[in-house]
Every structure is written in C-alpha cells, then in structure tokens.
Ligand binder design. Structure first.
Ligand code: NAI
Length: 468
C-alpha cells in the first residue's frame, strides 16, 4: 500500500465512503481510514439500516397479530423470537458493510483500518487496529467522522437498561415498559419498533410537541395517529434523574420549566435527545482546524476548513444529520477536489421518519414561510380520498404542497402516509429543478396509486383538486 495519496478520507460512513469512491472514480489516488472494523458508519452498522430491518419486522408482526383481520385473514396466536430477529438484522448489516468493502476494491480505494488523526495539512496519522502506526501523506484530507449519541447531564447510558439508539437496536427481549427521552426521529422510530413488539411506550419530550422542527400541522396529525396506536406522551417535560437496578429503572420527570418531579418505572429507557459531531482524538486543535461553538468543524461553501487542503462533510459539519445529505456532500467534495463544480442544494434535502405511517418532508414548512413573510399557496389532499390508500386500508394522513403565490414554484412538501418516504422523491425533484405546482398537477400519475394524492395536492395548491 502506497503512503502517498491525492485524498485521504477519515471516516467510512455514508459521507466518507461515498467521497472516497467518487474521488477514486475521478482518477484521484484515495485512501479511507475507518476504525470501527466495518465500513458504512452509524447508518449501516447501528442506525438507518438495522433500524429499518426492525421496523419492517415489527410491522409484519403487528399485521400478523390481528392487523389483517379486517381483510378476513386470521393467523391465530403469533409469537416473536427476538434473538432470531436480531440475527436477521445483523446478517443484513454484515452483507451491506461487506458490499462497501467490495466497492472499495472495485474502485481501487485503499481501506486503512484504524483511528485517523489530522497531523497538519497533508498528513494523516493512523493508529492501526492491528497495532502500530501508519503515516499517510496526502494532498487533501476529508474529515467525515460523523456524530455520536448526545446524553443528558447526570444520566449514564449503560446500553443495558439505559440505552442509546445503539442499545435499543439490540435489546435481548421486549421490555414491558419503555421510556423514551426525546420525541424526535430516533425516539419515535425505535419507540414504534418496541411498541409494535408489545412494549408500552412513554415518550418524554421537552418541547410542547413531538418532532418540534416539523411542519406544525403534520406534527399535530402525527401525534394524534401515534396516540391512537397507544403511545403515551409527556410533553413540556424533562428527565432529571434515572435510578437503575439490574432489571429496571425509576425515571424522574419534571415540567420543562421546573417544578415537582414525578417518577415513572421502566424496564428500558431510550435516550434520544440528539447527536453531536464526533471530533474526539482527531487532533483538530493541534492542526489548527477551527471548530464552531456547536462543536462542528467549520467549513466554507466548498467544504474546506480554515486549513488549506483539509475539508469536512457530513454530520461533523453544519446542517441536517442525515445519511443522504452526507452522501451528496461526499460526491460534491470529491468533485471539488478533482477540479469540478461540486454542489449540494440544501433546500432540496428530504427528511423521512420511518414510522407507520411514514412522515416525509422537503423544503420549507408553513411556519418558515410565514416567518419569512413569503406569500404562498397551500394545497392539501387526504389519503381518505385516495382510492389505493382506501383499498389498502391505509388512509391515515395527507399530502401538503406549498407553492409560491407569485411564481407557483414548489417551496415545500409534507406527507404523512404509509409510503411517504418514497413519494417525497417527486416533490424533491420539483424543488431541485424549480418546477411549479401546476407542472406537478399536469403530470400524469398512474391510477390507482397513492402518488395521485401528490397530484391532487398540487392541484389543490392551484385551487381545484378533482376528487375532493
Ligand atoms: P432529534 O433532534 O430528532 O430529536 C431529539 C428530541 O429530543 C427533540 O424533539 C428535542 O426537543 C428533545 N429533547 C432534547 N433534550 C431533551 C430533554 N432534556 N428532555 C426531553 N426531550 C428532549 O434527535 P434524535 O431523534 O436523537 O436523532 C438524532 C439525529 O439522527 C437527528 O439529526 C436525526 O435527523 C438523525 N436520524 C435520522 C433518521 C432518519 O432520517 N430517519 C433516523 C434516526 C436518526
């Protein structure tokens, strides 16, 4: 293995591995340093992918467990073997992480297994997983070290009773009662998994609503649907202490503004109050790389830090902590380093919560448009009026299209519905390409599909849906 590179990427997650592959495809001699022992980062190893395996399995379990009776299908008593489910999930993770290793070989990216440190411009020191050290000389460094779980003061995550998302993906059995701290993406996705597998779930959320950043109307509908599924919410509340025993925990909860504490007994507590950029041991201070007051590596519009030749992308920099945002930044940074015009449009990054129903958004929320004083039209179409959703008995939710009152360009779109994560793609493309709501409305959509609700919502933005 040569020690002289055009690009060395530190971190092999969705940002880093994609940057490395793209750089190699563009003819740059590239290495990727990763310490985890497998590629794919949080997303593949302990995030998006294993959680989706559990979400899917728990949906099947829920359906088999009485959910299909409305279609005349009775299954009798259904049981779950959690250990077999975990083996299945782990197998998927292994297949996919090995797949990236294969892509590295195919694209001639050198995979260096160890902990990388920026030792100044042009130099990365690696403490190798197998012992010893390797120094990589390189023209460019891309920091793509991602993020780590954030905790709360005084609360220790033991990954047994008090778990982060990582521990919640590997619980050995279904807890009777799970307390989730934080009503955001992780709390609601993993809360849904264990809820469907039989746990009672109580979510403690600091703000006055769950998913506080989301379009208000969507967030309200989402909370109503989750309550109907049996979720309990303690809003405007904070957890101040957790006392654990070998088998459970007593969680102290106070009003967010302070006041008398209440206690809740739980068998498992999931801490899901956000993530923080991961920069430990990277040598940033010694190398003179600036970090902002949120702990994110500071970059300019071209992903370059204040140290020439040192770039950063993904969860470790500003912006949404999303795998696909990191991937797009990975492609862009590689193209910039190779002399092309790499670019990411941050107005067109979709966000999806993979609950049932799913929640997907792109672009501006109504609250953001109001705050900016933008004149907009809002078109909404409910799945109760969509024939396919009706046939599938999945009528919860709606599509909302927000368009500019002057130009009719799509500015934002919000979908709550069974297949929202797939359906948001069309509206993301609309925003990316500056398409109008009328363009979407006059595009032929196959019948009968849920995507017709997108067409109808776009029509509604212009004032005249057909089926409502
Ligand atoms: P989040 O930011 O989505 O939600 C955290 C929630 O915790 C917020 O609602 C916040 O108000 C609340 N909170 C904060 N401090 C609290 C306290 N002391 N007591 C009670 N509530 C408190 O963060 P989450 O769910 O941990 O996810 C972390 C990151 O991972 C996010 O950036 C998310 O976008 C990303 N992610 C994305 C997924 C997806 O795209 N499907 C899946 C999982 C994670």
């Amino acid at each position: 293995m040569s020690d002289n590179y055009d690009v060395v990427v530190i971190g092999g997650g969705p940002g880093g591995y994609v940057a490395a592959i793209r750089a190699a495809q563009l003819g740059l001699k590239t290495a990727c340093v990763e310490m985890r022992g497998s590629l794919g980062g949080t997303c593949l190893n302990v995030g998006c992918i294993p959680s989706k395996a559990l979400l899917h399995a728990s949906e099947l379990y829920d359906e088999a467990n009485g959910g299909m009776e409305k279609f005349g299908i009775s299954t009798g008593k259904v049981s779950i073997d959690v250990s077999k489910l975990m083996d299945h999930k782990d197998g998927i993770v292994t297949d996919l992480t090995n797949g990236i290793e294969f892509l590295f070989k195919k694209n001639k990216v050198d995979y260096v297994k160890g902990r990388g440190k920026v030792a100044g411009a042009g130099k990365v020191e690696v403490a190798l997983n197998d012992g010893g050290e390797q120094v990589l000389e390189t023209k460019n460094i891309v920091i793509a070290t991602g993020s780590d779980v954030a905790s709360l003061p005084g609360i220790e995550i033991d990954e047994k009773i008090v778990v982060s998302s990582t521990g919640a993906l590997s619980l050995p059995k279904v807890p009777k009662h799970m307390v989730v701290i934080g009503g955001g993406v992780i709390g609601l996705e993993l809360g849904s998994v264990w809820k469907r597998l039989g746990a009672d779930v109580t979510v403690v959320e600091f703000m006055d609503r769950i998913t506080p950043e989301m379009d208000g109307e969507v967030s309200k509908t989402f909370a109503r649907i989750l309550k109907k599924q049996g979720f309990k919410f303690k809003l405007k509340s904070k957890v101040t202490a957790i006392k654990t025993t070998k088998t459970g925990a007593t969680v102290s909860v106070e009003p967010a503004k302070g006041g008398d504490a209440d206690t809740i007994k739980a068998d498992a507590v999931l801490v899901a109050v956000g993530r923080r950029p991961y920069t430990e041991g990277l040598g940033l201070a010694e190398a003179g790389v600036n970090v902002n007051d949120r702990g994110q590596v500071d970059i300019n519009d071209h992903f370059e830090t204040n140290v020439p030749g040192v770039y950063a992308i993904g969860d470790v920099v500003r912006g949404a902590m999303l795998a696909h945002k990191a991937e797009d930044e990975g492609v862009a940074v590689a193209e910039i380093i190779a002399g092309y015009a790499g670019h990411v449009n941050y107005d067109a990054i979709p966000g999806v919560i993979y609950t049932m129903p799913e929640v997907a958004s792109v672009g501006k929320t109504e609250e953001q448009l109001k705050e900016a004083g933008t004149d907009y039209n809002s078109g909404k179409f409910p799945f109760t009026a969509n024939s396919r959703a009706k046939a599938n008995s999945q009528t919860d939710g709606f599509v909302k299209v927000l368009s500019c009152a002057t130009t009719d360009k799509v500015l934002g779109a919000h979908i709550i519905g069974a297949d929202a994560g797939n359906m948001i793609a069309e509206l993301t493309l609309a925003i990316e390409k500056g398409i109008t709501a009328e363009d979407v409305a006059y595009t032929c959509h196959a019948h009968p599909t849920e995507t017709e609700a997108v067409k109808e919502a776009a029509m509604a933005a212009g004032g005249s849906p057909i089926h409502m």
